[in-house]
Design a binder for this molecule. Sequence first.
Ligand SMILES: NC(=O)c1ccc[n+]([C@@H]2O[C@H](COP(=O)([O-])OP(=O)(O)OC[C@H]3O[C@@H](n4cnc5c(N)ncnc54)[C@H](OP(=O)(O)O)[C@@H]3O)[C@@H](O)[C@H]2O)c1
Length: 293
Amino acid sequence: MKLVVTGAKGLLGHQVVRVCAARGDEVIETDVSPGACELDITDMDAVECFLRAERPDWLVNCAGYTDVDGCEEHEERAVSLNAQAPGNLARACKLCGTRLVHISTDYVFDGEKTEPYSEDDIPRPLSVYGRTKLAGEEAVQGTMDDYIIVRTQWLFGPYGKNFVSTILKIASERDTIRVVNDQRGSPTYSKDLARAVRLLMEHDARGIFHVCNRGRATWYDLAKKAVELMEMGTQVLPVGTQEFPRPAPRPKNSILTTRKFTEITGKVLPPWQISLQNYIKEYLLEYRKSGQA
Ligand SMILES: NC(=O)c1ccc[n+]([C@@H]2O[C@H](COP(=O)([O-])OP(=O)(O)OC[C@H]3O[C@@H](n4cnc5c(N)ncnc54)[C@H](OP(=O)(O)O)[C@@H]3O)[C@@H](O)[C@H]2O)c1
């Protein structure tokens, strides 16, 4: 398979490139960040021109404006990147006969449901990030039939800032940290998600799919486990969301059911605790022991 990855230098993009290249795919990395072919997903002409020249089988869109609080302040950028650009990509893909994988989020839901959210549940986003991501999904769906939309959540992994790396940095500087314990989700390893995206492509999937690691957690559970696995002495204390007011409201419970993904691929992602351990073993612990991080 030949594929173009947009946002290839981000947390997920990096892993999609690695996983697909390891499977023997021809992968073209694009981003606005250095180290990849320059391609701005908000520039429809540039995207179309790129696809006409490269003729890939797939475009995997890992680019976006992912700073949830930043989106509240910079709504225009959020609309451009998260809502309009996916429509551009879908139009260009349709014109060039390229199939599209677009990544979306659990934040399209309001978190009021007590059971896990399925792909058939009606989205009701609470934040600018969630609203613009939902508009991006709708732009893709309204433009082409041959798409895969993957909704995921709580990503951690190497190559980029994420909750786990941020918590570990803070924990290395303090004796005690306080972490929110009343928002629930499924922490998801970017490497596992990249493998899942490749599986969906292989299985000729179409439509929306929820994909995340197995098991549930609060941000407190995730922080506590990460600190423990890093063998740090820092005390982690649970607190309520109201103790950390943020510009963007977050859903209380955004657990996703991945049944549809399993039905089509026959696979289930590992429990998040195992994947967190793998991430820490593979990328963080050795550096810490050798004094490099
Ligand atoms: N991270 C999570 O916890 C999470 C949860 C649910 C869903 N998602 C979704 O998963 C996808 C990937 O997220 P991520 O965390 O991997 O994102 P990320 O680390 O922020 O990476 C996004 C990449 O896109 C690039 N980019 C920004 N503007 C661009 C443009 N105009 N054209 C092309 N590339 C551009 C960024 O470059 P700069 O760094 O230079 O801006 C960055 O390299 C996103 O759609 C996100 O909404 C993420």
